[in-house]
Design a protein around this ligand. Structure first.
Ligand code: HEM
Ligand SMILES: [Cu+2]
Length: 628
């Protein structure tokens, strides 16, 4: 096993740890940066797959009586589209940015549990591959992304069992990742980085991890109950045997609504990082942005039944959840006003990152407004299960979430890869995606109010829904072209020679920009001491006593030695790469296939594989003895 540790104190000079390279290093890495890149690349592939499914849906619905897909195929495609976009794209893409940037932004060398971090990535990957193997092994999940009972227990196809097992596996990955990142933010901050000096992106990351830690156990219990009902003949959700299908809805949405904040809070963090940098102003109302994020996290656990207004819970429950849902619009609104306060009178630079952030906020606001109309119970009776709802959640998740991801990619690409993406292609991509997006999902509001219900593979000419469906389909293909343009941009940018130095191309504010691009494997030669929010900015610029204006600090001050470390360099310890997290993760899908086909010997093999992995992992020295 190669060593990557150094000691400096003894030799008085710094010997930087050596980065592992080559294909093998990607299978053994426990470096948060490499794991971040793995999450990002995998999530992007799933985004493309989910996008192809969306184009299949839109082609089927482009006109009445579509014949591209039959009813069963359509059910599989829209279900896998929803599952893929939420569990295999948005969540892991957020994990990619959190993994790569949280340690850098808090001045740490890595996350708290590097091997657990690798484990969570491999379990996520195997969970995604397990779910997609269903297309070749008897039938993909076909019950919608929330897979309601009793349909899910009586469905004769194997799809709902793949659904239950697949989401149990991805849930394990998310839980492991959440514990890791939450402990990292709480325990690994650099000296002086008190909680109100932590960047908003990190704060939103912490809230997201805590939402996951508290909501995933609920859905995991429900998934095991669904699995038991299907595989072992229990009756949790079977109304014919004393079970209650509404129980599934309660359990699913107790997880499902906090889940939508797991999907959107990363975007709120990204907006709060990008706006100040390209407005050359500090974030307006930093503490309000932080507290409103925390408030959303809390209230988010008290609104779940707004997904069940038509399930017959009664006027009292409906009213209570209608009110709690309206209340959650308040902290969300606070953020919008703080973002507007940040750009107000700012020195705006319309870079691609800034445009995607501004566009993302606007699309999210449109989605938020239709969300408020859902909280009014009688109007939701009209809207629920129609394309008005489909329009709403695409405006918030895609409009808010995906636009934010593209903003983050243009913003942080130079830090991760040491080169900038092409700005001109970025602006064209933004314009195309914005037009395509509104042409796809805007008309769905109208289609929904005209009575087009979701999850139906075709519609008759007589309903008069054709025109807006055609418009929506054209829009979907425009979105696809804009995503293709992004891929072309990446290829072109990486085929060019690397530019000299893009350590801080945007003149940014936070610690990740204080390192080189890409950062060294140990992140910082010296753990910085933090004295303020936007620490890097305040190292670069000081206030001129006479004019009160910000003037550049003396050269080298930004990345200089900290006086606090006058006693010389620290020893840099980094854990060694390891195969064992991958081995332990491999046990998961093996166990799942065993349960799926009731091959109990295979379940045994899976458990043995996982145990061998955990044993090897536990017995492995954390750092090499050479460090002594
Ligand atoms: C790329 C452009 C996209 C298009 C054209 C698109 C289109 C659609 C359509 C037409 C439906 C409704 C299917 C039906 O009910 O019959 C749907 C469902 C859904 N979409 Fe998208 N979508 C896109 C991107 C996304 C993204 C980025 C996300 C999430 C991040 C997403 C999440 C969902 C979810 C969760 C459902 C519900 C599936 C269900 O009913 O179980 N979509 N999409
Ligand atoms: Cu909800």
């Amino acid at each position: 096993m190669a060593t990557v540790t150094t000691t400096a104190r003894r030799e008085g000079i710094l010997r930087r740890p050596m980065a592992m390279t080559g294909v093998r290093s990607w299978f053994t890495t426990i470096d948060h940066k490499k794991i971040g890149i793995l999450y990002g690349a995998t999530a992007f592939v799933f985004f493309v797959v989910g996008g192809v499914e969306a184009l299949l849906i839109r082609t089927q619905l482009a006109g009445p009586d579509g014949t591209l897909l039959n009813a069963d195929q359509y059910n599989e495609v829209f279900t896998m589209h929803g599952i893929t976009m939420i569990f295999l794209f948005v969540m892991p893409m957020a994990a990619a940015f959190f993994n790569y940037f949280i340690p850098l932004m808090i001045g740490a060398r890595d996350v708290a549990f590097p091997r657990l971090n690798a484990y969570s990535y491999w379990v996520f990957l195997f969970g995604g591959l397990f779910l997609y193997s269903s297309f070749f092994l008897g039938g993909a999940p076909n019950c919608g992304w929330f897979c309601y009972a009793p349909n899910s227990i009586f469905d004769p196809t194997i799809g709902p069992t793949f659904y239950a097992l697949g989401l149990i596996i991805t849930g394990i990955a998310s839980t492991a990742g959440a514990v890791n990142l939450a402990v990292t933010v709480i325990n690994m901050r650099a000296p002086g980085m008190s909680l109100f000096r932590v960047p908003v992106f990190v704060w939103m990351g912490l809230v997201v991890q805590l939402l996951l830690v508290f909501s995933l156990p609920i859905i995991t219990v429900a998934l095991f109950q669904l699995l038991f009902d299907r595989q072992f003949g229990t009756h949790f959700f079977d109304p014919t045997a004393g079970g209650d299908p509404i129980l599934w809805q309660h359990l699913f949405w107790l997880f499902g609504h906090p889940e939508v904040y797991v999907l959107i809070l990363p975007a709120f963090g990204i907006f709060s990082e990008v706006l100040p940098v390209f407005s050359r102003k500090p974030l307006f109302g930093y503490q309000f942005v932080v507290f409103s994020g925390i408030a959303i996290g809390f209230i988010g656990f008290g609104v779940w039944a707004h997904h069940m207004f038509a399930a017959g819970l009664g006027p009292v429950a409906n009213t209570a959840f209608g009110v709690s849902t309206a209340i959650i619009a308040v902290p969300t609104g606070v953020k919008i006003f703080n973002w507007m306060g940040t750009i107000y009178r700012g020195d705006i630079r319309p870079t691609s990152a800034m445009l995607f952030t501004l566009g993302g906020i606007m699309m999210f606001v449109i989605g938020g407004l239709s969300g408020v109309t859902h909280s009014i119970v009688p109007s939701d009776y009209q809207q629920t299960d129609t394309y008005y709802i489909v329009a709403h959640f695409h405006y918030v998740i895609f409009g808010g979430g995906v636009f934010a991801f593209f903003s983050a990619m243009f913003y942080w690409w130079p830090k991760v890869f040491g080169r900038l993406l092409n700005e001109r292609l970025g602006v064209i991509e933004f314009v195309l995606m914005t037009i395509g997006f509104n042409l796809t999902f805007g008309p769905m509001h109208i289609l929904g109010l005209q009575g087009m219900i979701r999850r139906t593979y075709t519609y008759p000419e007589s309903l008069g829904l054709t025109f807006w469906n055609q418009a929506a389909t054209v829009g979907a293909f425009l979105i696809a072209i804009s995503v293709l343009l992004f891929i072309v941009n990446v290829v072109i940018s990486h085929s060019k020679a690397k530019p000299a130095d893009v350590a801080d191309p945007w003149d940014a504010r936070t610690l990740e920009w204080m390192t080189t691009s890409p950062p060294p494997v140990h992140n910082f030669d010296e753990i910085p001491t933090v004295h303020a929010l936007d620490e890097f900015w305040h190292r670069k610029y000081v206030e001129d006593e006479r004019t009160g204006r910000l003037v550049p600090a003396q050269a080298g001050a930004a990345n200089g030695h900290d006086a606090d470390h006058a006693d010389g360099w620290q020893a840099i310890h980094l854990p060694s790469p390891s195969y064992w997290p991958l081995v332990a993760a491999l046990g998961m899908p093996v166990i799942a296939y065993g349960v799926l086909y009731s091959w109990w010997w295979l379940v045994g093999v899976g458990f043995a594989t996982a145990l061998i992995g955990f044993y090897g992992w536990a017995m492995e020295p954390s750092v090499s003895e050479e460090d002594g």
